[in-house]
Write a protein that binds this ligand. Structure first.
Ligand code: DQA
Length: 153
C-alpha cells in the first residue's frame, strides 16, 4: 500500500520537455519544478505526491491501475495530447473510481479546436487549465477540499 494519503500526479507525453518546449505556451518551469511544487503542496495538507511521467499511453494506464492497487486518495492528471484522443485513459480513470482532477498548463480552450475536447476531463470531477504550472498547486488544494484533507498549520 502507498503511504497514507498518497496522490498520484500523472504527466503524459512531452511534459518531460517542460521548460524548453514552446516556452511561449508552456512557460519556463521544468517537470522537476512541477514535481517539487506538487510535493510541497501535498505536504501542506498532510498528503504525499507520487509523481510519474510517461510518453506512453499504456504506461499511464498502468499508473492509474497502480494508484488503485495502492489505494491512492486522488489523481491529478495532465495527459498532454492523449487528453484529446484517449478513450482508454478515460476508461481507466472511470474504472478505478479515484477522485481525479485534470490539469493543463495552457488554456486549451483558447487554442486549436482539436484541443477543446478532453476525454480525461470527462472522467475527472474537475478540470483546470491556463494557470501555468500553478494549476497543479490549485488542483491539489481542490482535491484536498474534496477528500476532506485539512491544511496543516
Ligand atoms: O501536451 C500538451 C500539453 C497540455 O496538456 C497542457 O498542459 O497545456 C495541452 C495539450 O493540448 C498538449 O497536447
Amino acid at each position: 500500500m502507498a503511504a497514507a494519503g498518497t496522490i498520484y500526479v500523472l504527466n503524459g507525453p512531452n511534459l518531460n520537455l517542460l521548460g524548453t518546449r514552446e516556452p511561449e505556451t508552456y512557460g519556463h518551469a521544468t517537470l522537476a519544478d512541477v514535481e517539487k511544487l506538487c510535493a510541497d503542496t501535498a505536504k501542506q495538507f498532510g498528503l504525499t505526491a507520487d509523481c510519474r511521467q510517461s510518453n506512453r499511453e499504456g504506461e499511464l494506464i498502468d499508473f492509474i491501475h497502480e494508484a488503485h492497487a495502492k489505494k491512492a486518495v486522488g489523481i491529478i492528471i495532465n495527459a498532454g495530447g492523449y487528453s484529446h484522443t484517449s478513450i482508454a485513459l478515460h476508461d481507466a480513470l472511470i474504472a478505478v473510481k479515484i477522485p481525479a482532477i485534470e490539469v493543463h498548463v495552457s488554456n486549451i480552450h483558447a487554442r486549436e479546436s482539436f484541443r477543446h475536447h478532453s476525454f480525461t476531463a470527462k472522467a475527472a470531477f474537475a478540470s483546470l487549465c491556463g494557470f501555468g504550472i500553478d494549476g497543479y498547486r490549485l488542483a491539489i488544494a481542490g482535491l484536498a477540499v474534496k477528500i476532506g484533507a485539512k491544511a496543516k498549520t
